[in-house]
Structure formats: C-alpha cells, structure tokens
Design a binder for this molecule. Sequence first.
Ligand code: KIV
Ligand code: ZN
Length: 536
Amino acid sequence: MDNNYVRIFDTTLRDGEQSPGASLDAAEKLEIARQLARLGVDIIEAGFPAASPGDADAVRRISQEVGNSRDGSRTPIIAGLARANKPDINTAWESVRHAAHPRIHTFLATSDIHLKYKLKMTREQVIERVREAVSYARSLCEDIEFSPEDAGRSDPEYLCDVLEVAIKAGATTLNIPDTVGYTTPEEFGALIDGLIKNTPGADKVTWSVHCHDDLGMATANTLAGVKAGARQVEVTMNGIGERAGNTSLEEVVMALHTRPAVFGLQTNIDTTQIARTSRLVSNYTSIPVQPNKAIVGANAFAHEAGIHQDGMLKHQMTYEIMRPETVGVAQSNLVLGKHSGRHAFQTRMKEMGYQLDEKDLNQAFHRFKELADKKKVVTDADLSALIADEFYQPPEIFALEDIQVTCGRHGMPTATVMLRGPNDQKSVHAAVGTGPVDAAYKAIDAIVQAPNTLLEFSVHAVTEGIDALGEVTVRLQSHEPEPRVLGGHGADVDIIVASAKAYLAALNKLVAGNRDAAALYLKQVFAEGSNNGNGT
Ligand code: KIV
Ligand code: ZN
C-alpha cells in the first residue's frame, strides 16, 4: 500500500451512535452509510452487531447494499465490532460477510485498571484471549482489526507483547485507542512511534489510531499518531461519539488537505461532500453542530470583524485558509426566490449534491415555493434545512395537520393541534401551557399518549433576518417500556410549527421503536375514537 495514503475509517455509525440520544434506526443508518460511501471513506464501521438484533440487521443491510455498491469512487470495506469472544465474532461475521470487503473488528482492554476492575483477568489471560479471538476471527474473515482498549493508559511494553500475539494470530490492522481521551499529542505520538518500532511483525500490518476528545485533544492526538506512522485514522462526522466524542473526520481530513507541506499525505475523501454529510448526520442523530465548530459550523466561514471583512474584500487569502466550496459549503451567485422556476431549483439541488428522484423533486419544489412565498430570498442554507425537514425524518406515524396558538403577556397561552394518525384519521386537542410551545406539546401529548420527559429544546435561525427559517431540535426520554433518549428536528418559518414538527419527529421514533406498544396505543387513540376530530 502507498505509504503516503491515510485510510479513513469512519465510526459514526458505531462509536458515533454511542453519543447519548443518538440512536439511529436501520433506514437512517443505511442512508448515512450511502453518504459516507459518496464521501469516499475507506472503511465504514457500521455497528456493533452483538449489541442488539436491530444493530445486526442494520450492519447486514449496509453490507449488502453499500458494501457492494460503487456510490463513491470505490466500494468501502464494511466493519462490524465484536468483543473478543466467539459469539460476538460470529454475530459480527454474519452481519458483515455479505459485503464485497468485510472486516471484523475485535477488541479487548489492556490497561491494568481495566484488567483489575472490569475484566478481572491477568495480563497472561488477556494475551491468551487475544490469541484465541483473533485467530478465530481470522478463520472466518481475511481482514481483521484488533484494538487494545484503553491503550492510552496501558503499559507500552505489555502492549507490544499483546500486539505481537495479535499479528501472529492473523490481525491485519492494529488500532490503538485513547479510549478515555487522556493522552497529550506528544505522549500519543511517542506511543505510536514506540509500538511501531518495538512490536515484532509491525511492518506486516496497518497501524491505526482512535482518539476520544475528553480533553479536547482528539484531532491533535490523531495527527500526532499519523506523523508517527499510523496510516488509518478512526473518526466520526462532526466528532460525535461516546462522552465528549471522537476525533472529527472533517478536522483530520482538512488538516491533511490544507497543510500538505506538513503532512505530505493523501486521503480518498471528496471534500465537497463534507458539509452535506455533516448535515445528514446532525439531522438524523438530532445532535446540532455548534456554530463555531471547525470546518462544518455555521460560522466556520463567516467574517464578522470590520478589519477581517476589509481584508477579505481585498484578498480572500488574508483571512481564509480554505475555500468554503472545498468542503461543500456552496457559495452560489444564484439567488432563488418566488419567481424561480423548477429548472433553476433542480439545478441548484444538483449543485448542492442532492440526487432527488422525480417524486422527491416535486415534493421539494412544492416546499420551496411555499417558503419563497414567505421569504424574499431563499439561500442554500434554507434549502438544506428544507430538505432535511422534508426527507431526513423518521416514518410519520403522526403528522402535523394544523396548529393554532394564542399567546401574550397576560393571557393563557393556548394551542390547538390537529394530527393525522394511521389510516389518515385526524385528531384534535387544545391545551393551555406556560407558553405557546409548552401548550402545543401538551396538546400533542394528549393525542399521542407516549409518556416522556423533554430533556432539551433548542431553536436557531438558519439565516439572518426576521423572515429566517427556524430550525428546532428536541431530545426527550421515553418512560416505557424502558427509558430511551430520542431526538427530533423540524424547520419552518414559524417556530411554533417547527417546534411541533421536531417534537412529533422524536415521538414518531418513540412510537415506532416498540411496534407492539405502538400498535396498542394507536388502537386506543384512534380506533376507539378518543378525540377523533372532536376536540376537547
Ligand atoms: O474507544 C475505544 O476504545 C473503542 C474501541 C472499541 C476501539 O471504541
Ligand atoms: Zn471509541
């Protein structure tokens, strides 16, 4: 393999999905995997099949479809995670074996803290287990990755012994995780350097790094690992992941891309797909991207200070180290408005990277026209929000038909909500709340009857101006059958409508999550005619 090439191993669908509340269903995972293939990642870690039958199913579907397609410039490897035991490895293999290039990724902790308190195993026992697990995995699959979990806090000499055994047992990639985000760039770079130099057989495998961002050093640590010789980086889109998250894909890729003199390394990433992938992941996981996030934040290419704006007008290189177009943040001269026709709209959609079939295009064009009636200028950011609101949504078990609110300083904020449920049955409910959103949510709760606690509600304007499209993200925790955190998003020029849509999106996931329970209360709510069309 070309030594100047860095493989991008994307774990958005596995470690990223471990972010609190980010749970994705199989269809959402598949959609994200398709986009990751278009982005050009080398490996998609599609999930942890032994974690749940749902995850096993999602990994299998991704292996069958994305693992055999050429959506991007090449067909990605599909990896499934497995603990170092036969049942997990069998389940992972069953899920990934359908891919043209399957990989089993198995792991076992190596730090003394983990051995003593978590595994209750001796160092020798861990070595034996690694030998057994890796050789068993290799008997099933040619491409085996092994990770010594908590390597960042493991004894480097012991790590060399473990890794030597993994190589001899058939591992093809050795991934070194800083599981708890503890190391500094100097330490982590030195660790990788030492492991590559001191592990017998090191030249037979690809070295990989996997960092967490607990101290905000994940990207720096990953790049230090690359400088020390790692040629695979494990990353997630928008840096989502367990606790403070993983190394973000866009940061590492753009660092390598923007500083060739420092790194002299290439990746296969089509950088123009970055913004779109970021948006898709943010919408499906309901994890908003902070405005000042490097590369993909709303302000990443905004210049506010007068001196900066003056410099930019004189020459963009004064304050810009990357062009927004390079990461797919379109800088279009084409302004869409209510007089824009279908052709201009379709062209803009294509330029923004959306591939819509005839039906979806008509639907999107209809939404665009509605928006253009209310908003003078429709920007690319508006179009992205509109597409996300229309298409990146869970299946609609309950849909918002209508909503009316009254509110004011001294009145009783009241919302009347009409929802359409299964079989197109309509239900109306009115409720009073502390404010219009609270009233709307109470009215929705009365119809949907899915007990939950609202954990988070955030609203932001997609563009500037009083007519801006408002985007709302919510996160809630279900009460039954077991607590689960679910997110939803919605966009509209009316933020009460956007709020209702976001809440319904999360509730639809909740209802769909437990089909039996859903069937039961759908029956109660609609078939037994509780408020169908009558209001309260
Ligand atoms: O952070 C970690 O150690 C992991 C391993 C499973 C690679 O995610
Ligand atoms: Zn991890």
